[in-house]
Design a protein around this ligand. Structure first.
Ligand code: MG
Length: 134
């Protein structure tokens, strides 16, 4: 079973993602970047790491881009690399496509999805990343 962190400020999208992922593992939810980092660090501290973080870009307090940057910094500080790096799927509105691409091109995230969230695309992306089998 996977351990998944869904980071999304909108209730409807967050709930939808939780429903999509619930058959595949344990889903935790955060509503901004700060909560995301708190959950991520807790997972590392307790040695119960997340396998996947689904990260929205536009969020209050701390956005997805900043959170992603911090996640990768924390992993580096802790000597986490290669296969142990958490897989990150960026999820955002079409208007943010340029931002998503920036992260994707830098190799900071493994995949990106645009809203509206399509459950088949979400699952297909996880299959492609080797997180779930067909
Ligand atoms: Mg948002």
């Amino acid at each position: 079973m996977m351990k998944i962190l869904i980071v999304e400020d909108e209730f409807v999208s967050r709930t939808l993602l939780q429903e999509i992922f619930s058959p595949y593992g344990v889903c935790h939810a955060a509503s901004n970047g700060l909560e995301c980092l708190a959950a991520f660090q807790k997972g590392l501290d307790e040695n119960k790491r997340y396998d996947l973080i689904c990260l929205d870009i536009m969020m209050p307090e701390m956005d997805g881009q900043q959170a992603l940057k911090k996640i990768r910094e924390i992993e580096q500080e802790r000597g986490i690399g290669g296969k142990d790096l958490v897989k990150v799927i960026m999820v955002s509105a079409l208007g943010d496509a340029k931002n998503i691409m920036k992260s994707f091109m830098k190799g900071q995230c493994e995949a990106y999805l645009t809203k509206p969230i399509d459950s088949e695309k979400v699952i297909a992306t996880c299959v492609k990343l080797g997180l779930i089998s067909e």
